[in-house]
Design a protein around this ligand. Structure first.
Ligand code: MLC
Ligand code: AMP
Length: 508
């Protein structure tokens, strides 16, 4: 009887009394506490009738208890399905309908709204607040801390993470126990994490970066983390003397650089700064090194693949590159149309293969098939090249995707919402260079002649339909969208035309 992932995490605990989490409020969770509470919550989930393979959808604020819930699902074999706290009820309806979870865990204030949706799909609803309360915790208190973990094989599902992907609606990426474990062990070794590390964790825990990369690397090294509710540069600078490492999206580094408290002295205890989820500008890399003496280590990953490449721990961390393929991961660059493998330095489609790569999209066999080559390589949708030294460079995206502050936005989804509004003929949504978020969601809209439609009316209409980060930072009205001879909207022309609109704004 074994649980592939959780057994391995147990083996990585050297001392039950060692600190696993210190919260922003100073509450301490030891590894022993983690075992007890993840056990109690696993017991509660089991008592509710959730069986291995059932999905548990979770939309809750960041807290230590939320991480216990993730670990509880691994232990009882439920498939963990985290959801962005910014999603509106309209968006949740899709995820719940598609994943058909047996249990939905939400913040108490969201429980009323979600009940009707959950009932429609036969799901139970429990609550978890950001201070360790809620109906799920009440149930857990009555359970034994000594839960007997469900048997789970390496290829059994551990989680489903929805991703905007390249086409159509959001797709659930199915990640196995071994996808998560193999990547965590590889990253731990590559980045030299040990029980002496104290990670600053300011990322959300509903995405790969904060959930798997940060949390699983800490767990597999027996390290500890400062679990902060959100990114706050002043709070992070205050913690740095007690920390050794930080993981963040590029916006974290842009914002830290705006703070005069970021100095060489402030980072003397830190050994590693890691960036990923979106391109880190070479300027940011340079400015950070000049100010602190630290070369940010940039790595590249995806929801579907966990982490693929990383700059070296020892050796040159080169700005504008994402480093070398991780141990056990193969990366190749192919011709986007023919699939032929391209020589060094030629730009094409980045494809990856390895134990980190997911097993497919939830209930979408056709889409899964379309995004894998016959020899098992996954087609990432990112365009790049491998230079003569072996460093991977990401030079663009073959997929129509905007990445804002590390969150992905699928333009089609925003366009569909705008196009439904009275007075709109059509729209094109693009990402435009933004000094704070990297890219800012921008909508170019053609309205019917004589329509009084304005920016405010459109933004108000999107309020309850789309998560805040997907809503355009600016709406521009035009008479026509530029099209090529095939009639396809030329988004590259729009990106060029409006490329400077956020240039003067320090943050928006
Ligand atoms: C918040 N807002 C955003 C936004 N985050 N808008 C666009 N893009 C974002 N990423 C909105 C807010 O709702 C608010 O709207 C306004 O912008 C300003 O808010 P803020 O207070 O400045 O935002 P903040 O809370 O500080 O959040 C910014 C952030 C956060 C960058 C810290 O977005 C963040 O933590 N991002 C990390 C995302 C991440 O973990 N990605 C990993 C995905 S996994 P208003 O109008 O109401 O004021 C992945 C794979 C891999 O990609 O390789 O890792
Ligand atoms: P997601 O679907 O949210 O997992 O986002 C994955 C996408 O983020 C990748 O396909 C890339 O386009 C992008 N990405 C992740 N890390 C990097 C990076 N270091 N540099 C550039 N793009 C990145």
């Amino acid at each position: 009887m074994s649980n592939h992932l959780f057994d391995a995490l147990r083996r990585c605990i050297a001392d039950d009394d060692a600190v696993f989490i210190e919260t922003g409020e100073g509450r301490i969770w030891t590894y022993g506490d983690m075992l007890q509470w993840s056990g109690r919550i696993a017991g509660a989930i089991d008592t509710l009738g959730i069986r291995p393979g059932d999905r548990v959808a979770v939309q809750v604020e960041k807290s230590a208890e939320a991480l216990m819930l993730y670990l509880a699902c691994i232990r009882c074999g439920a498939v963990y399905l985290p959801l962005n706290t910014a999603y509106t009820l309209a968006e949740l309806d899709y995820f719940i309908g598609d994943a058909e979870p047996r249990l939905v865990v939400v913040a108490p204030k969201a429980a009323e709204g979600i009940k009707a949706v959950a009932a429609r799909y036969g799901a139970l609803v429990e609550t978890l607040d950001d201070h360790g309360g809620g109906s799920l915790i009440d149930l857990a208190k009555d359970e034994s801390p000594d839960f007997v973990d469900a048997t789970r094989a390496p290829d059994d599902l551990a989680a489903i993470l929805y991703t905007s992907g390249t086409t159509g609606r959001s797709k659930g990426a199915m990640l196995t126990q071994n996808n998560l474990l193999s990547n965590a062990l590889t990253l731990r070794d590559h980045w030299r994490f040990t029980a002496d590390d104290r990670l600053i964790h300011a990322l959300p825990i509903f995405h790969t970066h904060g959930l798997f990369v940060a949390t699983n690397v800490v767990l597999t090294s027996g390290a500890s983390m400062f679990l902060l509710p959100k990114f706050d540069p002043a709070e992070i600078l205050e913690l740095m003397p007690r920390a050794t490492a930080m993981m963040g999206v590029p916006t974290f580094y842009v914002r830290l650089l705006q703070n005069a408290g970021l100095t060489r002295e402030a980072v003397t205890g830190m050994r590693l700064f890691i960036s990923g989820s979106a391109p880190l500008l070479a300027d940011t890399h340079r400015a950070f090194q000049e100010r602190t003496g630290h070369a940010i280590l940039e790595r590249y990953g995806m929801t579907e693949t966990n982490m693929n490449t990383s700059n070296p721990y020892e050796g040159d961390r080169i700005a504008g590159t994402v480093g070398f393929p991780l141990s056990g991961v193969t990366v190749r660059v192919t011709h986007p149309e023919t699939g032929a493998v391209l020589p060094v330095d030629e730009t094409g489609m980045i494809e990856v293969k390895g134990p980190n790569v997911f097993i497919g999209y939830w209930r979408m066999p056709e889409k899964t098939k379309a995004e894998f080559r016959d020899d098992g390589f996954f087609i990432t949708g990112d365009l790049g090249k491998i230079d003569p030294r072996g460093y991977v460079h990401i030079v663009g995206r073959g997929k129509d995707l905007v990445i804002s502050g590390g969150y992905n936005i699928y333009p089609k989804e925003v366009e569909s919402e705008i196009d439904q509004l009275p007075g709109v003929i059509e729209s094109a949504v693009i990402g435009v260079a933004h000094p704070d978020f990297g890219e800012g969601v921008t909508a170019i809209v053609v309205k019917q002649s004589g329509s009084a439609l304005d920016e405010r009316t459109i933004l108000d209409a999107l309020q309850n339909r789309l998560a805040r980060y997907k809503q355009p930072k600016q709406i521009i009205f035009v008479d026509d969208l530029p099209r090529n001879t095939m009639g396809k909207v030329q988004k590259n022309v729009l990106r060029e035309q409006y490329g400077n609109i956020y240039a003067s704004k320090a943050s928006a």
